[in-house]
Design a binder for this molecule. Structure first.
Ligand code: ZME
Length: 519
């Protein structure tokens, strides 16, 4: 039977696909895989060879399209027995290769796309939670829960990310100060471990696997189902931006606002973020629509501190029932803040439109061919005690005025982060996310921005600012050990227990996959 590698069929049954798989992986027949759809189409293999970061190139022998957890388990079991790597891919939005496979002999398991089972999102109204297939996107989760007037409470800024993907990192946004990251808002998971076993886990049941997988960078298992907490969905959002030219005042206000976590909703904002404006280009560019023509900002007139401005971004959710008191609640909160009085910008929009705001930016960038480009992002958790030093050394120091993307900055409370999860955060009770979300349109810019990232990291190291990377990227064993610090021993133990053959998510190169020296 001739194998036609160059056909128009999207999916080739393994009965056929096993041939190139055998060649590429060097396997004998893998009977477990017989009715799991595998594709070896070149276009497909190329599509899974990059992630959103576009910073490294992957290789794959085949792409699997499982529709059920059992099928995922079958693929991973085969990988475990035959010792080839497998990486789960949701929407492929990893920056540093979590969705990729570097070795030519691996299989990418596509969790999104067509093949998912029909009941991939189930809302439990009474229980106030939703059960979701790991490959589902948060935008899809939101649409499904809104049908019941419910919604998850902790978000990412961008909703075209898979549930399994964000939960294996943390999932952070302006709600994190109050609700914790997305991983704090999960009741239960179904996970296919690196041994190909399908395990249900929670705080009370297989707890070690549950905590390992949350923030585990895909190293311990593939999330096939997540049970996510819900709240009554707000209808609308009042979205406010105010400017600061003084960094100390900006931080004081952000820290004050996040100290209101856990207060009744009337007495706090629902979302606290912020961003740094180092060049006028930014304000006239991608976020221009917010600073409306009717209320133009003369940036140069604001007497920026070392040429740098800081924008606090806050929101308040509301619905018909509490619309009347909204203005008063907002004014009494704003009264406590110390921003530039003439710099208040307000928008009002439906809840979904607010949550889905980055998608609007995506469509604009896509239309100009500025989306599918390398993203040398640097995301740092900076301890509160050193954020002023960071400002001086980085925003007012290292950064040129060509940042090539937004720079987000906002604090969060460590007590909302479960210390049993695999994610690593700084020691202090309050730490900031500083996110350099850069796009590199040409190789010179990529070089320039990557070099700037290295300089920032070196500055932090030299000044002993104990930052932790979010969506971490390292190239050596020593760096990964340093990253995990106190948690390294546990991370290794969890790896030996749940993925002893080190076949999962090899693209980040935390463990060097080498089947010859392995075991
Ligand atoms: C590439 C790009 C990222 C364009 C806009 N963004 C973002 N904007 C605002 N917050 C974000 C973000 N990406 C993550 N968070």
């Amino acid at each position: 039977m001739a194998f036609n590698n160059n056909n128009n069929n999207k999916y080739v049954l393994l009965t056929f696909a096993v041939c190139p798989l055998i060649v590429a992986v060097g396997l004998t027949v893998v009977p477990e895989l017989v009715d799991v759809g595998l594709s070896v189409e070149r276009r497909k293999l190329e599509a899974v060879s990059v992630d959103f970061g576009r910073l490294s190139k992957g290789e794959a022998a085949a792409v699997a399209h499982p529709g059920t957890a059992e099928e995922v388990a079958r693929v991973v079991k085969a990988a475990f027995e035959a010792r080839f790597p497998v990486s789960a891919r949701g929407h492929g939005h990893s920056i540093n290769g979590q969705a990729l496979i570097r070795e030519k002999k691996g299989v990418v398991i596509e969790m999104g796309g067509q093949n998912q089972n029909d009941n991939s999102i189930r809302v439990f109204e009474k229980g106030m939670y939703v059960d979701v297939w790991g490959g589902k996107l948060w935008i899809e989760v939101l649409s499904a829960t809104l049908e019941y007037g419910l919604a998850p409470m902790s978000w990412t800024d961008y909703l075209y990310l898979s549930v399994g993907g964000t939960l294996s990192n943390a999932g952070i946004s302006g709600q994190t100060f109050n609700h914790g990251p997305q991983i704090t808002n999960v009741y239960e998971l179904d996970v296919v471990t690196g041994k190909g076993e399908l395990v249900t886990c929670s705080e009370d049941r297989n707890a070690e696997l549950f905590h390992a997988v949350l923030g585990g960078l895909g190293q311990f298992g593939i999330i096939t189902r997540a049970r996510i907490a819900l709240e009554p969905a707000p209808q609308r959002v009042r979205w406010i931006r105010v400017l600061y030219s003084n960094f100390a005042r900006f931080c004081k206000d952000q820290e004050y606002l996040i100290s209101l976590h856990g207060k009744p909703e009337k007495e706090r904002f629902d979302y606290v973020e912020g961003f740094v404006i180092v060049d006028e280009g930014l304000i006239n560019n991608w976020r221009s629509s917010f600073f409306s023509a009717s209320n133009p900002v003369k940036i140069t007139s604001l007497n920026a501190d070392g040429g740098v401005l800081y924008c606090l971004e806050i929101t308040k959710n509301y619905n018909q029932a509490n619309a009347d008191s909204l203005e008063e609640e907002i004014q009494s909160l704003l009264k406590k803040l110390d921003f530039i009085p003439t710099s208040v910008f307000t928008t009002d929009l439906p809840y979904v439109d607010f949550l889905d705001r980055v998608h609007k930016a995506e469509l604009k960038l896509r239309s100009k061919g500025l989306w599918d480009v390398p993203h040398p992002w640097l995301n740092l958790f900076v301890p509160k005690s050193r954020i002023a030093d960071f400002d001086k050394g980085v925003f007012k120091g290292i950064l040129g005025n060509k940042t090539s993307g937004p720079i987000l900055i906002y604090p969060m409370n460590k007590n909302k982060w479960d210390q049993r999860s695999s994610v690593v955060t700084p020691e202090e009770d309050v730490f900031y996310l500083v996110a350099f979300l850069r796009s590199a349109l040409d190789t010179e810019t990529l070089e320039y921005l990557s070099n700037e990232n290295r300089q920032i990291l070196r500055f932090c190291h030299d000044s002993e600012i104990k930052v932790k990377q979010y969506l971490p990227h390292y190239t050596t064993h020593q760096e990964w050990m340093d990253h995990f610090g106190d948690k390294w021993t546990q991370f290794i133990a969890r790896k030996m227990q749940f993925d002893p053959r080190q076949i999962l998510a090899t693209g980040q190169q935390i463990f060097q996959f080498d089947p010859l020296t392995d075991m």
